[in-house]
Design a protein around this ligand. Structure first.
Ligand code: FE
Length: 129
């Protein structure tokens, strides 16, 4: 999708994160202190990214997950801002989601550090996993 179409579809804040690789301010994101059961999806295209049972409290200021749904994201080396990091992108639409680090908990040791603004959440129906 072209930039002008994304601009129409997304709020300016979401556009900045998802399409311009922005980063939201830490600790104030909608899903930082949020522990409902359900699934997190790409805020740009609806692709399912993270089940809520992979979310953990990392204290880093952004929603953190130890594992993405299989085939949902792609990873890319990112040398911007004088750091070597691994960028996390939605595999379906190519939008920027956040970064992944190697200091996460078991079983993967990964910390997917994702902007709240890059996510939508769908709560599980009561009594269902
Ligand atoms: Fe997407």
């Amino acid at each position: 999708m072209k930039a002008d179409k994304w601009k129409k579809k997304l709020s300016p804040e979401k556009y900045h994160i998802l399409r311009e690789k922005g980063t939201e301010a830490p600790f104030f994101g909608k899903y930082v202190m949020f522990n409902k059961e359900g699934k997190y999806m790409c805020a740009a295209c609806g692709n399912e990214l993270f089940p809520s049972d992979t979310k953990f409290n990392s204290l880093c200021g952004w929603p953190s997950f130890y594992e993405a749904k299989k085939g949902a994201v792609k990873l890319k080396e990112d040398d911007s801002h004088g750091m070597r990091r691994t960028e996390v992108l939605c595999k379906k639409c190519g939008s920027h989601l956040g970064h992944v680090f190697d200091d996460g908990p078991k079983p993967t040791g990964k910390r997917f550090c994702i902007n709240s603004l890059a996510l939508d959440f769908k709560e599980n129906a009561k009594g269902k996993k």
